[in-house]
Design a protein around this ligand. Structure first.
Ligand code: SAM
Length: 233
């Protein structure tokens, strides 16, 4: 029996593979991060499969009875022979998104089940591909912590020989660019990919102060979703 982890678009709903659409049609149930978000994709492709939400990874299942019982319910469905697919709101589930706790519980409970990854978009890969930065190997940091460990990570980014990539929200992007300006040498290359695959998609490249100036001068662009990339030393 199979369990599918399915990548979905990061903005443009055309960015979905034929295989992903077939799997989403064929499974008994789709486990969603937010059923309302996934329903836009399902409506566009006339997929009538039932959906439910799955619990986030933040709390250990055992510490939350509601969460634990939801995971148990999903495990029961697999036991009863149902084929399930896991999706997140955008991109690849488990990449800075919930899902890994559930996948690990399924592995633990059903060693014989085949967990199949249906590849597709992920913002980290799409951003690197358009950046022109070396990407044979890179360091991906997900979202930076807001407080504890943040300064240490900026120091690590400043000394990294590899391209460093991380996710950032519109609320914190200016603060983060200011911090990069403090930690990086003045000529270091920073690339920002914003709103990939969407109407206002853009990729901005420059020194830390050039990139910060760009967003300070164009405050209407401090909106949407951002991937930050820093060239290795
Ligand atoms: N699982 C997703 C993936 O595979 O890329 C990432 C989910 S994470 C909760 C959301 C973050 O990914 C956003 O805050 C942003 O940093 C980045 N992101 C997602 N979609 C994006 C897009 N269209 N353009 C730029 N960054 C994006």
């Amino acid at each position: 029996m199979n369990f599918y982890v399915v990548a979905t678009p990061i903005g443009n709903l055309e960015d979905i593979t034929l295989r992903a659409l077939r799997i989403l049609k064929e499974v008994d149930l789709i486990l969603c991060e937010d059923t309302r978000v996934t329903s836009r994709l399902l409506v566009k492709y006339e997929i009538g499969t039932a959906t439910i939400s799955y619990p986030s990874d933040s709390l250990r299942a055992g510490h939350s009875p509601a969460k634990s019982s939801k995971i148990d319910k999903i495990l029961d469905m697999i036991e009863s022979g149902k084929t399930l697919a896991l999706v997140s709101d955008a991109g690849t589930p488990t990449i800075s998104d919930p899902g890994s706790l559930l996948v690990s519980k399924i592995r633990e409970s059903f060693p014989d089940i085949k967990i199949i990854s249906i590849p597709g978009p992920s913002a980290v890969v799409s951003a690197l591909a358009a950046s022109g930065l070396p990407a044979s190997d890179f360091l991906f940091l997900g979202f930076l912590p807001h407080k504890k460990g943040r300064e240490t990570l900026f120091k690590e980014i400043a000394t990294s020989k590899r391209t460093v990539v991380f996710y950032e929200s519109s609320h914190r992007i200016l603060k983060t660019l200011e911090a990069l300006g403090r930690h990086l040498s003045t000529e270091r290359q920073v690339v920002i990919a914003r709103e990939l695959t969407k109407i206002y998609e853009e990729v901005i490249s420059g020194t830390p102060s050039e990139v910060l100036n760009y967003f300070e001068q164009n405050t209407e662009k401090v909106k949407g979703e951002f991937v930050v990339m820093v060239k290795g030393k």
